[in-house]
Design a protein around this ligand. Structure first.
Ligand SMILES: C[S@@+](CC[C@H](N)C(=O)[O-])C[C@H]1O[C@@H](n2cnc3c(N)ncnc32)[C@H](O)[C@@H]1O
Length: 379
């Protein structure tokens, strides 16, 4: 039997099981794990809730097949349905499976250690590899394409917003200059460029390219956009008493989760009303006080937990119709804001070839044996 815990150690496992399992006590309960990874959390949920079934979504087909192997090795295979999809395909995945409501939705965002440690996928600044960074290798857009095609302004935005990189302008400028001479296609090239640009006196601890790699990965995989589109779909599928449990690792992810949950945690009372009408009362109950974080011991045992923020809510009554409709709209609009940074592509010499009217990459999604056009996006 493979020792999967050697490959990826689930973050705040006990806390997550404590939040998810109580919703799964009834026979036939369903939990959707939107970020199956190596099924560390998923296996623990099924062991703690022997009556439950689990739908496990991952856009990384390699993770999905390892998770499926693990489920079978642990004797949980007959209560498990693997789905290759991006989690913002949530509605479609459940529709395809004929499932209307579920008792829990779990998300453990970001990358698994398997992905970080794989030397040929370009996620890690510690290995020289092609700048790929796609979680789903059937997707078109790669990190090398971002560096080759985005204009300087958008690169600055990505590094600043997703990487909180202080030298975003200088790094973006150096990229645009360098790609005019030679395409930037490997993590080694990017590492060396950042090393040249970031002054020694102003470096954060660790590798100075860390933030740039993180920012690129978030952009390539549309991580914030997908999260914003998925939370309302998940909420619309929760049964009464159902739970939404999310682990984030980046302040923008956590902000997105927190502001989404807040919709249901605060009374929705029109100004001037002296009493709160029943249908304006909060429909979520908080299960965590603020965000749960890892303690020193957990961080020492699993350094990946250092940045985790765990938040959970329970649907305490039928979702009011107007919120159901609002969530349907948010699932399409992503909370009203398109977080994807890209607006215009440039050629390798920094020329914009689109004038703000280009068609963004078309990504193929594999849901239950069919390939769906993920739709073209206009910048
Ligand atoms: C942190 S890992 C999950 C680890 C898992 N909880 C475990 O214990 O093994 C996150 C996983 O989510 C997947 N993922 C990230 N974003 C996704 C998305 N938008 N749609 C589907 N899967 C996604 C990644 O491919 C990765 O395998």
């Amino acid at each position: 039997m493979t020792d999967f815990s050697q490959i990826h150690q689930p973050v705040l496992l006990e806390e997550c099981v404590g939040l998810v399992a109580p919703a799964l006590e009834r026979p036939g309960s369903i939990v959707v794990d939107c970020t199956l990874g190596l099924a560390g959390h998923a296996c623990a949920f099924l062991k703690a809730a022997p009556e439950a079934r689990l739908i496990g979504i991952d856009r990384d087909s390699e993770a999905l097949s390892l998770a499926t192997q693990r489920m079978h090795e642990e004797g949980l295979g007959d209560r498990f349905t693997p789905v290759h999809a991006a989690f913002d395909e949530f509605d479609r995945v459940l529709d395809n499976l004929g499932v209307r409501s579920v008792q829990a939705v779990f998300m453990d965002l970001g990358l698994s250690s398997l992905q970080i440690d794989e030397t040929d996928r370009g996620f890690s600044y510690s290995h020289d590899a092609p700048l790929d960074m796609r979680m789903d290798v059937t997707q078109e857009l790669t990190a090398a394409q971002v560096l080759a095609q985005y204009d300087e302004r958008d690169l600055v935005h990505i590094f600043k917003t997703y990487g909180e990189e202080r030298f975003a302008r200088q790094i973006a400028h150096a990229i645009v200059q360098e790609r005019g001479e030679e395409p930037l296609t490997t993590s080694g090239q990017l590492n060396r460029l950042v090393d040249r640009v970031v002054p020694k006196a102003h470096r954060p601890a660790g590798n100075p390219a860390k933030r740039v790699f993180q920012a690129l990965r978030i952009e390539v995989n549309g991580e914030l956009d997908k999260l914003a589109h998925t939370l309302p779909q998940a909420a619309n599928h929760l049964a009464v008493g159902g739970r939404l449990v999310v682990e984030s690792y980046h302040s923008l992810e956590d902000k997105t989760v927190k502001s989404f949950m807040r919709h249901g945690l605060e009374a929705d009372v029109p100004a001037g009303l002296p009493v709160i009408p029943d249908d304006a009362k909060p429909f979520f109950t908080a299960l965590t006080r603020g965000a749960v974080m890892a303690d020193d011991q957990q961080i020492a045992e699993n350094p990946r937990s250092a940045s985790v923020r765990l938040r959970a809510v329970e649907l305490n009554r039928e979702l009011p119709q107007r919120w159901r409709e609002r969530f349907e709209q948010m699932a399409v609009e992503g909370g009203g804001r398109d977080r994807r940074a890209s607006r215009g592509r440039t050629d390798a010499h920094g020329r914009n070839d689109t004038h703000g009217d280009f068609t963004h990459s078309t990504r193929a999604i594999h849901v239950k044996g069919t390939r769906h056009d993920h739709g073209s996006r206009r910048g």
